[in-house]
Design a protein around this ligand. Structure first.
Ligand SMILES: Cc1ncc(COP(=O)(O)O)c(C=O)c1O
Length: 476
C-alpha cells in the first residue's frame, strides 16, 4: 500500500475534515453562465419589461447589482471579506459516524457545519460580503427583514464589522417566540423592530386592518424596502433568493469539495433545506458545476427539502410574482404560494417564505433538483435523533434535510448500497429550544398548507395583473 493510500484510508476514517485559513476560497462560483436555459429576468410591473438595473440603485449598491447580473463564472472574493471569513471559516466537514451506526446503514453521511459562525448559521457568508460592498459605496445603514432571526443576526454581526448600523424588521411571531435572537442583534448594535410596525406606511396600513397580524417575511421585506427608499444613506439587504446572495454562499460547496477530495470521497446525493434557497444553492452549485463541466465522477442527485406547511417547491405555482406583500419588489419568476401568503406559525421560521430563488426554480422546473416536503413533527423526531447521536442540536430548518437523509440512509440499509450523502447543517438550534420544548410536550402538530388557498392567491394575483400570464419567459 502506498503512503498516499495509507493517508487516504486514515483520513477517510476521520470524524471531521478541516482546512486551513489560506484554503478559504478566493472566488465565488456564479451559476448563471451554466444554467440549462437563460434565467427569465425580473420584470418591472410599471413597464411590464425587464427591470432597468439603474432602478435597483434605490435599494442596492452598484457593485451588488453588477454581481446580480454578472455572467462571469468566477467572481473574486475581496481580501477584506476573506479576512472577515477567517473569524469562522473554513467550516468543518463532519462524517456522521454515530448517526450512521445508530441507523446501521452502509451509507456514508457527511455534513458541512455552518453553525460555527458567530451568529450560528450560513447567513454571514453573504452578510459580510453585502456589508462590505455597501460600506465601500458610502452606505451607513442597512435595513432588512428577518424571520427566524438568523439572517438579522448575521447582518447585525456583519454591519458591525464594517462600522455600519443595521435596522431589522423581525416577523412579529418570531420576535415574540425568539427574544434571545433579538438581544443577540442588539449586542451587535442593531435596531430590531417587530413587523408589521408603525414605522412604515406598509406596516401602519396592515395594523389598521388587523392589529394582531403575526407578520410574514413578505410584509417585513416591504417595510425594510420602504425604509431604505425613504431615507438617505440607507440601503436594503436581502438574505436569500437573489443571485448575488446565492453566489456568496458557494464558499460552502467549494470548501466541501476540497474536504471530500482529501478523503477521496464524492457524493451520490447533495441535499439541503430551502427557505429562499441560499444555503442549499451554496452547497450544491459547485457540484452542479462539476456536472456541467464533465468533472463529476458520479451522477449526483440534488435534493431540496421544505416544510409541508410552506410547500413552495412541491405545491407552488410557477409564475411571475412579487417578492413581498406590498408589491414593492420587481416580479420574479418562481414557484410561489402567492405574495399575500401568511404562513402558519410553524417553528422553522427561516422556511416560511412564499417563493424561492429564480435560479433554483428554473433548475427545479428542468428536473435537475428533486423537492421533498416534511411535516414538523417528523422533522423534530429526526432532529432529536441527530442531537442524541451527533451531539449538535440542529436548527429546525436543516432538520428537514436530516429527516430526508435518515430516510435515505434507511433505504440504503435495505438495498445494501454504500451511498455517499452530503448535506449542509446550515445552523445550530440553540435559539430554537422553545420549539424543541413544544415538541417534547406533544404540542407540535403536522400541518399541510391547503392547495386551494395557493390557487386562490395566484388567481387573485392574475386578476389584478392579467398581463403576467403573457410574459413570454414563463410560458414554455
Ligand atoms: C438556519 C437556516 N437555514 C436555512 C434557512 C433558509 O434560508 P435559505 O433557503 O436562504 O438558506 C434559514 C433562513 O433564515 C436559516 O436561518
Amino acid at each position: 500500500m502506498s503512503i498516499y493510500a495509507i493517508i487516504g484510508t486514515v483520513m477517510s476514517m476521520s470524524r471531521k475534515i478541516v482546512l486551513t485559513e489560506d484554503e478559504i476560497p478566493k472566488y465565488w462560483y456564479n451559476i448563471l453562465p451554466d444554467l440549462p436555459k437563460p434565467l427569465p429576468p425580473p420584470i418591472d410591473p410599471s413597464t411590464r419589461e425587464p427591470v432597468d438595473p439603474r432602478k435597483l440603485e434605490a435599494i442596492f449598491p452598484k457593485s451588488l447589482i453588477q454581481q446580480e447580473l454578472s455572467q462571469e463564472r468566477w467572481i473574486p472574493i475581496p481580501g477584506e471579506v476573506r479576512e472577515a471569513y477567517t473569524i469562522w471559516r473554513p467550516t468543518p466537514l463532519y462524517r456522521a459516524v454515530r448517526l450512521e451506526n445508530a441507523l446501521k446503514t452502509p451509507a456514508r453521511i457527511y455534513y458541512k457545519y455552518e453553525g460555527v459562525s458567530p451568529p450560528g448559521s450560513h447567513k454571514p457568508n453573504t452578510a459580510v460580503a453585502q456589508a462590505y460592498y455597501n460600506m465601500k459605496e458610502g452606505v451607513q445603514v442597512l435595513t432588512t427583514e428577518t424571520g427566524a432571526g438568523q439572517w438579522g443576526s448575521a447582518l447585525a454581526f456583519a454591519t458591525n464589522l464594517f462600522g455600519m448600523k443595521a435596522r431589522i424588521y423581525m416577523v412579529r411571531v418570531s420576535y415574540e417566540q425568539k427574544p434571545y435572537r433579538k438581544i443577540m442583534m442588539q449586542a451587535w448594535g442593531a435596531e430590531v423592530i417587530a413587523s408589521p410596525s408603525n414605522r412604515t406606511r406598509t406596516g401602519l396600513s396592515i395594523l389598521e386592518r388587523d392589529p394582531n397580524n403575526p407578520g410574514s417575511l413578505g410584509i417585513a421585506i416591504s417595510e425594510a424596502i420602504e425604509d431604505a427608499i425613504t431615507h438617505d444613506g440607507v440601503k436594503y439587504s436581502l438574505g436569500s433568493v437573489l443571485n448575488h446572495v446565492l453566489l456568496h454562499q458557494t464558499v460552502q460547496g467549494l470548501e466541501a469539495k476540497k474536504q471530500l477530495e482529501i478523503i477521496d470521497e464524492y457524493p451520490d446525493i447533495v441535499a439541503g433545506c430551502v427557505g429562499g434557497g441560499s444555503s442549499f444553492s451554496g452547497l450544491f452549485w459547485p457540484f452542479y458545476y462539476d456536472v456541467v463541466s464533465g468533472k463529476a465522477s458520479k451522477k449526483i442527485r440534488f435534493v431540496a427539502t421544505e416544510p409541508t406547511a410552506c410547500p413552495t417547491m412541491t405545491k407552488g405555482i410557477y409564475t411571475y410574482d412579487f417578492g413581498d406583500t406590498a408589491k414593492l419588489t420587481p416580479l420574479l419568476p418562481m414557484y410561489t404560494l402567492g405574495s399575500d401568503f401568511i404562513p402558519p406559525p410553524i417553528h422553522a421560521g427561516g422556511l416560511r417564505y412564499h417563493g424561492d430563488a429564480p435560479t433554483l426554480c428554473l433548475l427545479l422546473r428542468e428536473g435537475i433538483i428533486e423537492p421533498k416536503a416534511y411535516n414538523q413533527v417528523s422533522v423534530f423526531e429526526a432532529a432529536t435523533l441527530f442531537a442524541k447521536t451527533e451531539g449538535i442540536i440542529p436548527a429546525p430548518e436543516p432538520s428537514h434535510t436530516i429527516k430526508y437523509v435518515i430516510d435515505e440512509a434507511l433505504k440504503a440499509k435495505e438495498t445494501g448500497e454504500e451511498k455517499v450523502i452530503l448535506f449542509n447543517l446550515c445552523g445550530h438550534g440553540y435559539f430554537d429550544l422553545k420549539a424543541y420544548q413544544e415538541f417534547f410536550e406533544g404540542n407540535l402538530k403536522p400541518f399541510d398548507y391547503p392547495e386551494d388557498k395557493i390557487k386562490e392567491s395566484i388567481q387573485k394575483l392574475i386578476k389584478e395583473y392579467p398581463w403576467i400570464q403573457e410574459i413570454p419567459y414563463v410560458k414554455s
